[in-house]
Design a protein around this ligand. Structure first.
Ligand SMILES: O=P(O)(O)OC[C@H]1O[C@](O)(CO)[C@@H](O)[C@@H]1O
Length: 541
């Protein structure tokens, strides 16, 4: 963690570990206003953190930490275009992509807003053309299917949001290919017709091997049926590397750019969002941007105790650095948010999974946590056993809408809500041995198994509630998590916006390909790697 917060951190740590740990069940009994005291809202977006082991003194210390870390100054520097991504000497301005105000945003003295608006307009015209049928495939048929080829930030954002906003989809169907495993593209293309398919190649760098390999496969799929000349009418590209896109032969009016000040995992607001815009239309895409912009304004102006990203970040830091919890589970009670945990894994772990501070020295505290999850209620029937009775404590983040879209299935939504709230209540309350015995006696059951029915309780969770998952709310939700990651990074003291940790594996894969292909021997590789290559080659026959 950064040295500025060390004293307050030690105070927090001795409060947490020193005296008897706080018991949340007692706290709820003793403090009737606990929910009111430890929750905050932005319009219909509510964060309840009262089921975390915090009291007024803990929150005051966390607020102190926010001040000592100069979080507000650092936040303002990000919005103002300072080169806070120091290891790559770049500004971090994904917030400009969703700036709906008239204010200019400068990167090195250049107002980036006209460029951003020009790309948004070009995307809008292209989407209207495809959706309306004036832009067709090479044989004049309407485009019915979009295949987005990209990976990491060029895949997870569009894939997650297209699924999340399915009720608002009135455009072509979207499909996503990311894995280098040929099974992914083969299975995706198997159900599609080249004549009515548009392929988007999405890559910030336009060099990523998975994307370029899948793009070549898709190109052949189009060309084999429709001929080489048809390729231009069935492809579009999204990238910051416009020179490299040109070499692929995609016409200029189908190329949508973005900029180095947008990190891959923060790029859904840029042209990387093209599949979403094609699916829901430019107007709803605008509402999605507006939601994120309103959350940005909230982050910039709300006092800490009312500021949702600040609170989420401070509680996250408390759980990871003070309490020592190594992971957090994100459980959306929303089937359409089933890709949100995967999206947040990249956002959070590629941002905060770092071992060195800004100046390259080793961290003296933990990096960000492991983030994982699956939707409820499915996860209740899978890993919730461990969350309730396992020996590790894992804070849970529940996400739930007050209203579903399936108005005819209101009872199912009420069951969903009841399950979500029941899980957080059970994690917090637990069940004592006496309670387990009493319940079993009341049912006339043998109490010998009572110990198996004990739940320790006092397990932290927080709950995010919103009215309904529409484009505006999804924009707010994603921006909330982005800023939470930012807040935690400032306290840990790392650069959240580079990703050097992905390099080594890529370099070794390049070196191993000729060995796997049998063009080079395995000299120089360890005996495990060499043995595995031998075994696989023998099985390949
Ligand atoms: O958009 P690109 O340049 O193809 O990169 C894809 C992904 O690969 C990474 O660089 C990690 O390997 C991510 O940060 C990025 O989102």
């Amino acid at each position: 963690m950064i040295p500025d917060i060390r004293q307050s951190f030690l105070k927090l740590q001795s409060r947490y570990a020193g005296s008897a740990p706080m018991n949340m069940r007692d706290a709820f009994e003793q403090e009737p206003d606990r929910f009111k005291q430890f929750s905050a809202r932005l319009d219909d977006l509510l964060l309840d953190y009262s089921k975390c082991a915090v009291d007024e003194q803990t929150m005051a210390l966390l607020e102190g930490i926010a001040k000592e870390a100069k979080l507000e100054d650092k936040r303002d520097a990000m919005f103002a275009g300072a080169h806070i991504n120091a290891t790559e000497d770049r500004a971090v301005l994904h917030t400009a992509l969703r700036n709906r105000s008239d204010e200019a945003v400068h990167d090195d003295g250049h107002n980036v807003m006209p460029d951003i608006r020009a790309v948004l307009e070009a995307m809008g015209a292209f989407c209207d053309g495809v959706r309306g049928g004036t832009i067709t495939g090479s044989t004049g048929k309407k485009i019915t299917d979009i295949v987005n080829i990209g990976i990491g930030g060029s895949d997870l954002g569009p894939a997650m949001t297209c699924l999340a906003l399915a009720p608002y989809c009135d455009g072509p169907r979207t499909h996503f290919v990311s894995n280098i495993d040929g099974a992914h593209i083969a299975d995706t293309l198997a159900g599609l017709t080249p004549e009515t398919t548009l392929v988007i190649i999405a890559s910030k760098t336009f060099t990523t091997v998975e994307t370029m390999t899948n793009a070549a496969t898709a190109r052949k799929w189009i060309a084999d049926t429709l001929g080489d000349d048809a390729v231009g009418e069935h492809f579009a590209a999204v990238s910051t590397a416009l020179d490299k896109v040109a070499a692929f032969g995609i016409p200029q009016d189908r190329v949508f750019g973005f900029w180095d000040f947008v990190g891959g995992r923060y790029s859904i607001w840029s042209a990387i969002g093209l599949p979403l815009m094609l699916e829901i239309g430019p107007q709803r895409f605008g509402e999605f941007l507006q939601g994120a912009h309103d959350l940005d304004r909230h982050f910039q102006t709300a006092p800490t105790r009312e500021n949702l990203p600040m609170l989420l970040g401070l509680i996250g830091f408390f759980h990871r650095a003070v309490c020592g919890f190594t992971s957090r589970a994100v459980i959306p009670y929303d089937q359409r948010l089933s890709r949100l945990p995967a999206y947040l894994q990249q956002l959070d772990m590629e941002s905060n999974g770092k071992g060195v501070t800004m100046d390259g020295s080793a961290l003296d505290g933990p990096s960000g946590p492991l983030v994982w999850g699956e939707p409820g209620t499915n996860s209740q029937h899978a890993f919730f056993q461990l969350l309730h009775q396992g020996t590790d404590i894992i804070p849970v983040e529940f996400i739930i809408a007050a209203r579903g879209h399936e108005t005819g299935l209101k009872r199912q939504h009420d069951l969903l809500v009841a399950n979500c709230l029941a899980q957080s209540e059970a994690l917090m309350r637990g069940r004592t041995l006496d309670e387990a015995r009493a319940q079993m006696e009341a049912k006339g059951a043998d109490t010998a198994l009572a110990a198996h029915r004990v739940f320790a309780g006092n397990r932290p969770s927080l709950t995010l509630v919103h009215r309904q998952l529409d484009p505006y709310t999804l924009g707010r939700l994603i921006a909330l998590y982005e800023h939470r990651v930012f807040v935690e990074a400032q306290l840990i003291g790392i650069n959240a916006f580079d990703q050097w940790g992905v390099e080594l594996g890529k370099e070794l894969a390049t070196a191993l390909l000729p060995v796997v292909e049998g063009k080079e021997d395995a000299a120089g590789h360890d005996s495990s790697t060499a043995g595995l290559v031998d075994f696989i080659q023998a099985e390949q026959g």
